[in-house]
Every structure is written in structure tokens, then in C-alpha cells.
Design a binder for this molecule. Structure first.
Ligand SMILES: Nc1ncnc2c1ncn2[C@@H]1O[C@H](COP(=O)(O)OP(=O)(O)O)[C@@H](O)[C@H]1O
Ligand SMILES: [Mg+2]
Length: 614
């Protein structure tokens, strides 16, 4: 069925590559990071100091109670207050650290997010056609939350814990001798080793659950996007079952995942229990022997609790960090994808002036009249295939002279829309050249090329926004008057007046609330607003009735008057006035000439004409 878009990532060990990738984004805020680190150290010093206060309090109380009765009233007030203060300062420093570092992370996420977004737009059409949007947005989501997670746990968990371990082990060694230090250190090492080992073992299940999660998501989104199709074929049950199949896989993966988590947590608890027991036994022994005070006993106990508490999450953190790193890598993998269509190193702008004549022109009637630079297009023996095994365009040559209207006709699937995609450089030709004003389009920047071509595509897709905004999209800087004028020229006004919300009507996802003809007229209005030198209409009137078709043709002809236009048409009656008509069949030109000439040839065109006339 529909493929899952989740890439198989074979990461068997932790991969620090991803960490290196995000590092440059963090260094934007060097001072903040330094200050956050300073707060982090303060927090840890305070929290290691805390058990010492506790020890002093216990020792004072102990001394009081064993010496004389009256001194019992002297509660070590100063120490108790100090205890409260240190506790408070731990929280305060931690909060400052979080606030400072949060900004750094968020800025990094924003910059990376934007970069990925821009990059996705720079990738070729092929990438987007092959990729499932649902899966893609999941990848981006996971990547950015991965960055967030990595940063949070690196800064708030891993680094502080390591720091604390070093401090505590040193203190234990200096104050209480080698054994306490050794037990602590070895139990921590065992604990970490076990956590990593067990987590590695269960990575497989986690990954399986992830893949199942992603593909069930893709499935659900795809199904919902095809809502209407599902209804047409009453395939709700089929869709539900397919979805449930995916959910079942997810459920099973999750069960294994959970069992392995149980093993991980159980093992960790065992190690902690053994270490704590050993330490306390040793300490109790020392106290009994008089080598240690009660306060020392409390101190050691407090240290152990404090140390193992963050370690409790270690398995989780390790797995999540690993997952995060993989997700981040995935995200950066998207960035590493090179677009198949790329500007050449010294790409120049297409040698035309386009909308700048608007700036100097006083009137707003630029849409239909006045002098403009002319563009001619030459298709020179081009071939193209989406897939090497199936050639689509097999050596096509023709010209569209400046200001001319050239039509391309031919049965469906003969490669007409493909010609447009090649002209727009959604794909590069396999051989031959397309030239505009003698400039090979592969040598000019895609931006300048596309700025000069306006297209009314075969299937118009609209943004889920208002009609007004959808039209204004053709030229986001256009004034309201200009937009209204374009709407008028596209014969949309009447339709808009009939709408209760008028221009503010929201068109629905992909514009599905509009009819095909209405969408096409929005596309025409957009293109009129864009005001390019080259116009392409890809079966622009195919979903219109003859009456609106006539109205739009008038508009198109008016707009196209001073421009070079390429019109792909299904209905031949719409292109009889063309300067040249190219008849395509299976990726080749079989006839060309004007309407009269083609009729006289009595070939394919004349056959098609007769068919459509009857
Ligand atoms: N992205 C694509 N990948 C593979 N094949 C494609 C793609 N787009 C179109 N095709 C194929 O190329 C052929 C020509 O398509 P197209 O140019 O859209 O035809 P037309 O516009 O003349 O009806 C069709 O057979 C179509 O299946
Ligand atoms: Mg087509």
C-alpha cells in the first residue's frame, strides 16, 4: 500500500555527530551559556553543601542531648536557617540557569527550523512528490523536539550529575576514606554500564514502535486528506481496517517496549539497593565503633540519595538522548539532501525587465497595456524522462516568438504539462536546451526565471485562506485596488459578490470549497496580478462551461495581448487564433501550423477538430 516515509535509521551506538551539528547554533549566545554554566556550578556546590549542614544540625542536637538536659533548649537556629537558605538558593540558581539556557535552545530551534523550511522549498518537485507530507512534518517535529530534549538533559541532567558525582566521590574519599568512595564509584559505574547496555538492547523495540507510530500517522493523514475519495467509494471500513492494522503493529511494538523497560528499571533498582545497603552498613558500623558521628551517617545517607536520584532517570535519559540524536540527524539529513535542480554557480538573472516598469508607471492599468520587454522561448531538441526507463519527451523543438500565442494540443499523457514543468525548471531536461531570449534557462537563476513566467496550472491548489489573500499571493505587495482589478479581469467579481463573505470567504483546504472553474479563475487573477512577460495556461479553461470559458478567453486574450504565451488546450475552439499550434503525441510533435494549415493537412488535428465539432 502507500509507503511509510519513515527512513530506516540504523544507529546502533550513540552518535555524537548530531551534537556537533547543533553546536554552531548554540554558540550564538556565548555569554548566556557561560552564565548558565556558572549558575549550574553554583547549584551543584550548594546541593553538595546541603548534607553538611544537615550533619552539623544532627551533631549539634546529638551533642546537646547527650551532654546536659538544659542545653536541649538550644536548637541550632543558625544552622536550620542556613539549611533553608541553601535549599532556596539551589532552586533560585537552577531557575536562572533554566531561563538563561531556554533562550539559547529556543533560538537554535527557531534558526534550524527556518533553515529546514527554506531548504524544503528549495528541494525539487520530485522530492516532494515522493515524500509523504505527514511523515515529513513528523520528522521535523521529532528533530526539533530532539534538540530541545538534548539540550535540556545535557545541561540540566547529565552535566550537573557528572559534576556532582565527582564532587561527592572526592569528598567521601577525603573525609571518610577509600572504601566509601570506592563503593560509590563502582556502584555508579555498574549502574551506568547496566543502563546503557539494557537501553541498547531495547533500542530495537523503541525503533519499531517509532516506525509504527510514523506509518500509522502517515496512513491516517493520507486517508483524511482523501476524505472525499473515501466517501465516494464508501471505503470508510477499509480505511479504518488499514489504519487499525497499523495501530496493531504499533501496539505490539509498544508492548515489547514496555517489557524491556521493566527489565531496565528493575535492574537499576537492584543496583541502587545493593549500593545503598552496603554504604549504610559500612557507615553504621563506623558509628557503632565510634569512628563516625551520627551526623556523618546522615550525611552519607543524604549524599547517596542525592546521587542516585538523578541516576534513576539515566536509562530514560540515555535512550531519549540517543533517540534525540537520531532524530536530529534525521532532520539534518533533510538539510543534506541536495536539490536535483540547482542554480549554476554563476547563475545570472534572466535578461528582461519585468515588474519594475510598474514602479515608474503612474497608472494602475499596467495589467493590460503599455510597453514591456519581450521574451521569446526556444525549445531546442529537448528530451526528458521522469524515469530513465520511460522517455516522456522525445526530441521536441519549437519556438514561441515574442508576443506570440502558441498552442500545444494532444491527447492526455502526451507530455504537454511536462513541457511546462521543464520550462519552469521543476526538472532539468535530459538533453537539448530551452532558451528564453537566447539565454539557456539552466544557466539563469531559478528565481529570476520563475519571476518572469506566470502559470495557470492544470490543477490549481489554493491556500486555506481567504479569496482575497489567495489572489494577492500573485504579488504580495499589490494594493487592494490592484487585486480587485485582477479579480475583475479574471471574471471573478460576479462570483465573489454572490458569496455572503465576499472576498473574505475562506476557500478550504487546498481550495476544495471552490469549484474547478472558480479555482481556475482565482489562478488566472493571481497570474494577472503577477504580471509576467511569459504566460502559460495549462488547460486553464478545461473545467469551465462554454459561457464562462468564453468570458475567460476574452480576459486571457486581453492579458496575453502584449505577452508571449504558451497555451495548452484541450478544447481546440479555444486556440484557433493561435499563431502556431503544436500537435503532440507520445512526446513527439506530429504536426504544427496555424488552424487553417492544420485543417488543410487533414491529419490528427483535423480529426480532433471534427470530433470536437460534432
Ligand atoms: N512526476 C512524475 N513522475 C513520473 N511520471 C510522470 C510524472 N508526471 C507525469 N508523469 C507521466 O508523464 C506523462 C506525461 O504527463 P503530462 O505531461 O502530465 O501529460 P499531459 O499534460 O499531456 O496530459 C504521463 O504519462 C504521466 O503519467
Ligand atoms: Mg496536462
Amino acid at each position: 500500500m502507500r509507503p511509510s516515509s519513515y527512513p530506516d535509521q540504523e544507529v546502533s551506538s550513540i552518535n555524537w555527530q548530531a551534537f556537533k551539528l547543533i553546536l554552531p547554533y548554540l554558540f550564538e549566545y556565548k555569554k548566556r551559556i557561560a552564565f548558565a554554566m556558572f549558575c549550574l556550578i553554583l547549584t551543584k556546590i550548594a546541593s553538595v553543601y546541603l548534607p553538611f549542614i544537615l550533619k552539623d544540625i544532627v551533631d549539634t542536637l546529638d551533642a546537646n542531648s547527650s551532654n546536659d538536659q538544659s542545653a536541649l533548649m538550644i536548637v541550632p537556629l543558625g544552622l536550620v536557617a542556613a539549611y533553608g537558605l541553601v535549599r532556596l538558593s539551589i532552586v533560585v540558581f537552577a531557575e536562572i540557569r533554566d531561563t538563561l539556557f531556554g533562550r539559547v535552545t529556543e533560538r537554535a530551534i527557531r534558526r534550524i527550523g527556518l533553515k529546514v523550511f527554506r531548504h524544503l522549498h528549495s528541494l525539487d518537485l520530485d522530492f516532494h512528490l515522493n515524500r509523504q507530507t505527514g511523515g515529513l512534518s513528523r520528522d521535523i517535529d521529532r528533530g526539533t523536539s530532539g534538540i530541545n530534549f538534548l539540550m535540556r538533559f545535557m545541561v540540566f541532567n547529565i552535566v550537573p550529575t557528572l559534576l556532582e558525582i565527582v564532587m561527592v566521590v572526592t569528598i567521601l574519599f577525603v573525609k571518610y576514606g577509600i572504601w566509601f568512595a570506592l563503593i560509590t564509584l563502582s556502584s555508579i559505574i555498574t549502574y551506568i554500564a547496566y543502563s546503557i547496555f539494557a537501553t541498547e538492547l531495547r533500542t530495537r523495540y523503541v525503533r519499531a514502535a517509532n516506525i509504527a507510530d510514523s506509518s500509522s500517522n502517515t496512513r491516517a493523514i493520507d486517508s483524511l486528506l482523501n476524505y472525499e475519495t473515501v466517501k465516494y467509494f464508501t471505503n470508510e471500513e477499509f480505511e479504518a481496517q488499514a489504519y487499525d492494522q497499523q495501530l496493531l503493529t504499533w501496539e505490539q511494538a509498544k508492548i515489547k517496549n514496555r517489557l524491556s523497560l521493566f527489565a531496565l528499571n528493575g535492574g537499576q533498582a537492584l543496583i541502587i539497593a545493593i549500593a545503598m545497603t552496603a554504604m549504610l552498613a559500612l557507615a553504621a558500623n563506623e558509628v557503632a565503633a565510634g569512628a563516625m558521628t551520627l551526623g556523618d551517617f546522615v550525611l552519607i545517607n543524604a549524599f547517596m540519595m542525592q546521587l542516585f536520584m538523578p541516576l534513576n532517570f539515566l536509562g530514560f535519559v540515555y535512550r531519549e538522548i540517543k533517540g534525540s540524536l537520531a532524530n536530529i540527524e534525521n532532520l539534518f539529513g533533510l538539510l543534506a539532501k541536495k536539490p536535483k535542480v540547482q542554480d549554476v554557480a554563476d547563475a545570472v538573472a534572466l535578461n528582461l525587465t519585468s515588474q519594475d516598469d510598474r514602479a515608474t508607471s503612474q497608472d494602475t492599468s499596467h495589467l493590460t497595456s503599455h510597453m514591456r520587454e519581450q521574451a521569446n522561448i526556444v525549445f531546442d531538441n529537448i528530451t526528458f524522462a521522469y524515469n530513465v526507463k520511460r522517455p516522456i519527451i522525445k526530441g521536441i523543438s519549437f519556438n514561441v516568438n515574442a508576443g506570440e500565442k502558441v498552442a500545444v494540443v494532444g491527447q492526455s499523457g502526451s507530455g504537454k504539462s511536462t513541457l511546462v514543468k521543464l520550462l519552469f525548471r521543476f526538472y532539468d531536461v535530459d538533453s537539448g536546451t530551452i532558451k528564453i531570449n537566447q539565454q539557456d534557462i539552466s544557466q539563469i537563476s531559478q528565481k529570476s526565471l520563475r519571476t518572469h513566467i506566470g502559470i495557470v496550472p492544470q490543477d490549481t491548489v489554493l491556500f486555506n485562506d481567504t479569496l482575497f489573500n489567495n489572489v494577492q499571493y500573485g504579488c504580495p505587495t499589490a494594493s487592494k485596488e490592484e487585486v480587485l482589478k485582477a479579480i475583475d479581469l479574471a471574471h471573478l467579481s460576479e462570483f465573489i459578490i454572490s458569496l455572503p463573505d465576499g472576498l473574505e470567504t475562506v476557500v478550504g483546504e487546498r481550495g476544495l470549497k471552490l469549484s474547478g472553474g472558480e479555482k481556475q479563475r482565482v489562478a488566472i487573477a493571481r497570474t494577472i496580478l503577477k504580471d509576467p512577460q511569459i504566460l502559460v495556461f495549462d488547460e486553464a479553461t478545461s473545467s469551465l462551461d462554454s459561457q464562462s470559458e468564453q468570458a475567460i478567453l476574452t480576459a486571457i486574450n486581453e492579458v496575453a495581448k502584449s505577452r508571449t504565451s504558451l497555451v495548452i488546450a484541450h478544447r481546440l475552439s479555444t486556440i484557433i487564433d493561435s499563431d502556431n499550434i503544436i500537435v503532440m503525441s507520445h512526446g513527439e510533435i506530429v504536426e504544427q501550423g496555424n488552424h487553417q494549415q492544420l485543417l488543410a493537412q487533414e491529419g490528427q488535428y483535423s480529426k480532433m477538430w471534427q470530433l470536437q465539432q460534432s
